[in-house]
Design a protein around this ligand. Structure first.
Ligand SMILES: [Zn+2]
Length: 158
């Protein structure tokens, strides 16, 4: 790392420590020529994740977009923004762990619904109705019966 003050190319690392909960390393550096000290951060470079939409178009995965969709589904419910942030972080981590470069929007939708269903019924149904675009009441009722089945099968985790 070149010294920004004198241009010396051989600056030394004098201290390294974890920053950002292990997601980054912070390094203090010093220039042996002029004594200038500065800080650099080293972060994991995540590959870009491509989302394939239902119509076959592709776009870059956006956590903001995902979060916005969740906020819409959870309006006027007791679900907190921290819970939503956690869902998005969890899904994001899962997607990167898969190691695939492309993921279908359907898969992301399923991951969201899986998590919403144990969090809030109203939010789940809202998200599912937008996401699955129920064309008739039968589809909607089927979805509701699925929730009820799941509820009797395993009690809600709070
Ligand atoms: Zn220097």
């Amino acid at each position: 790392m070149r010294c920004s003050q004198c241009g010396c190319e051989d600056t030394k690392v004098i201290e390294s420590r974890d920053a950002g909960e292990g997601q980054a390393i912070r390094r203090r550096r010093a220039c042996p020529e002029c004594g200038y000290r500065f800080t650099t951060y080293e972060r994991l470079e995540r590959p870009q994740l491509i989302v394939i939409n239902k119509d076959g178009t592709r776009e870059l995965f956006s956590r903001d977009k995902l979060l916005a969709g969740l906020y819409r589904a959870c309006e006027k419910t007791p679900v907190t923004s921290l819970q939503l942030e956690n869902i998005v972080a969890d899904i994001e981590q899962n997607l990167y762990d898969c190691g695939e470069q492309e993921v279908s929007s359907a898969k992301i939708g399923e991951m969201v619904m899986e998590r919403l269903s144990s969090l809030n019924e109203v939010a789940y149904v809202r998200f599912a109705s937008v996401y699955r675009r129920f064309t008739d009441i039968a589809g909607f009722e089927h979805e509701l019966s699925q929730i009820k089945k799941r509820k009797t099968a395993e009690p809600l985790k709070v």
